[in-house]
Write a protein that binds this ligand. Structure first.
Ligand code: PEP
Ligand code: MG
Length: 591
């Protein structure tokens, strides 16, 4: 191993990932460990060097003792073959090359022992990973394991949580769950990158809600950066640039300025309605995950809230939220939105949105398992608590209730029965609520579209959830980077299902809106208007751009675009046709 960590100058490196939240962020990296702590770039004072070296020696000695104990115990119980794994760890800890690298970093460069350990081990692991053999990959894993043990020992109780930041940073992590992403400090986190994750994951959706640039699914790269390194996140093109050179930094600063100018121009449309050039009114609603986002909806000129993902109330909580917690959240949203409509979706947990309680089941196919409305119908007391709070809040504004992931008529009827039961209960106890609250369902499973003419007889409105509809129609995991090329809003099969849903709602004269990410993607605005959609619900930051398109186009032109697009037989041709049409009509939006 000796000498592997000698290289100190880092060359610029570009990583291609999946663009999930637009914008450009330039700044210092914080590398988030899989255990959720971060290694800050710290230096030690010249006169503290000897003490810090001693601290490092003590940490190595303590970890070595621990590893030797494990080796002996494992050898005794399972045999020497297994104990040998820990023997390898001990050899690494005693390696003279590693030790002198660490000493040099602390003595010459005045790095803190934590930072020196994280840097040295990163470099070594990188060398092994590049060799691309199984044995070397295992050795890289051994290194990561030892690094963690050393850091745990060095940081002790001083482990710095990612939630306690004091300076602006870009977060780099292997993975972030939706609730971890939601808990990032909005004052300091300017963007994030994850090695895994897909375009429709809820972590991606949270990034948009936070309005910070984000890239997911880059593949492994964390061994190539250290906390404090300069990084650029290009959230429009899914690029991450490590150790950028001066010219690249200057180019991205210029791009960020241009984006700010465009955003300021679009913001002037805030108080104008989204009316097409031939006078057709389009409603643009906001999607929210947290009550505070209503302020952002109003700032961006939303006509209401088209989707409130209430499951986020459960995700970060240690215990199940009670009725009052629900009520407080809903009343904040309703009172802020005034007369504007607010669609509250009952909790949609499961798949990638797993609460801390009850302990998650080990499901083999979480997307096809006990998620969403299925979970609600298995936990009726929990479902009733939420429904009571929603109904009580209905007196405060213009509220609608929506059930997620309905796949059969019986499921819808069961959910409505629980609701009817809660209504009866409130009436019995003289609790005030609005008796005319509209009840709708999400259309996000192909079976719901196949049966859509029956469904429209039993609901007051529909909402098309394309994030899941794409996943279930094309059998493509929305959170898996390896199938990102197959996860297409523009697939003709998906478009046909959307068209069928819009037409069924029209025939029955009930409202239909689309609340998947597709709604805030400018590529699809003309197509969806042309297909007859008049209500869009999207991440609030996308509203100004979509409004600009609505005000720039005529419905009859959109209809001819839709007719043409629906005649094409594959996602790639449809998407490029739509991009060309948008470029012709609203050129300033295409970079
Ligand atoms: C959808 O599936 O399109 C949707 C809006 O719901 P979610 O993204 O929360 O699954
Ligand atoms: Mg969904």
């Amino acid at each position: 191993m000796t000498g592997a960590g000698a290289k100190t100058d880092c060359l610029m490196e570009k990583l291609q990932g999946i663009a999930v939240s637009p914008g450009v962020a330039i700044g210092e990296a914080v590398v988030m460990d899989s255990e959720g702590f971060r290694i800050p770039r710290r230096f030690v004072a010249r006169d503290a060097v000897e003490d810090e070296l001693e601290r490092l020696q003590k940490a190595i000695a303590a970890v070595s003792k621990d590893v030797a104990r494990k080796r002996d115990a494992v050898s005794k119980e399972l045999g020497g073959k297994y104990g040998a794994i820990f023997e390898t760890h001990l050899q690494i800890l005693q390696d003279s090359g590693l030790r002198s690298d660490l000493e040099e970093m602390i003595r010459q460069r005045h790095y803190s022992p934590e930072y020196a350990v994280s840097r040295a081990f990163n470099r070594y692991a990188q060398v092994f990973q590049r060799l691309r053999s199984r044995t070397h990959a295992e050795r890289a894993n051994d290194l990561v394991d030892i690094e963690k043990r050393l850091l745990r020992n060095l940081l002790g109780r001083r482990r710095e949580e990612i939630s306690h930041l004091t300076l602006p940073v870009l977060v780099l992590a292997h993975n972030l769950t939706p609730s971890e992403a939601a808990n990032l400090d909005r004052n300091y986190v300017r963007g994030f990158v994850t090695e895994v994750g897909g375009p429709g994951s809820h972590t991606a959706i949270v990034a948009e809600a936070l309005a910070i640039p984000a890239v997911v699914g880059t593949g492994p790269f964390l061994t190539e950066v250290s906390g404090g390194d300069l990084v650029i996140i290009d959230g429009d093109n899914g690029l991450v640039i490590l150790h950028p050179d001066e010219e690249t930094v200057a180019r991205y600063h210029h791009e960020a300025d241009q984006l700010r100018t465009l955003a300021a121009r679009l913001q002037t449309l805030r108080d104008l309605p989204a009316v097409t050039a031939d006078g057709v009114r389009i409603d643009l609603f906001g999607n929210i995950e947290f009550p505070y986002e209503v302020d952002r909806c109003l700032e961006r000129g939303a006509d209401g809230v088209g989707l409130y993902r209430t499951e986020f109330l459960y995700l970060g909580a240690e215990i199940e939220p009670d009725e009052d917690v629900h009520y407080q959240a809903y009343s904040r949203v309703l009172t802020t939105m005034g007369k504007r409509p607010v669609t509250i979706r009952t909790f949609d947990m499961g798949a990638d949105k797993v609460p801390l309680f009850p302990p998650p089941e080990d499901e083999r196919n979480p997307c096809l398992g006990l998620r969403s409305i299925r979970l609600a119908l298995r936990n009726v007391p929990m479902f009733r608590t939420q429904l009571r709070a929603i109904l009580r809040a209905s007196t405060l504004g213009n509220l609608q209730i929506m059930f997620p992931l309905i796949s059969t008529l019986l499921e819808l009827r069961q959910a409505k029965m629980v609701l009817a039961d809660v209504i009866e209960d409130l009436e019995e106890h003289g609790v005030e609520f609005d008796r005319n609250v509209p009840v709708g369902m999400m259309v996000e499973v192909p079976s719901a579209v196949i049966m859509i003419d029956q469904f429209v007889e039993e609901v007051d409105f529909l909402s098309i959830g394309t994030n899941d509809l794409i996943q279930y129609t094309l059998a493509v995991d929305r959170s898996n980077k390896d199938v990102v090329g197959l996860y297409n809003s523009s697939d003709p099969a998906v478009l046909k299902l959307i068209a069928m849903t819009i037409q069924a709602a029209k025939r029955k004269k009930i409202p239909v809106h689309l609340c998947g990410q597709m709604s805030g993607n400018s590529t699809y605005t003309m197509l969806l208007i042309g297909m007859g959609l008049r209500q869009f619900s999207m991440t609030p930051s996308a509203i100004p751009e979509i409004k600009k398109i609505c005000r720039s186009v005529a419905v009859k032109d959109c209809e001819s675009v839709a007719r043409r697009a629906l005649c094409l037989d594959n996602a790639r041709d449809i998407k490029s046709y739509l991009r060309d049409e948008l470029k012709k009509r609203v050129p300033e939006l295409i970079q």
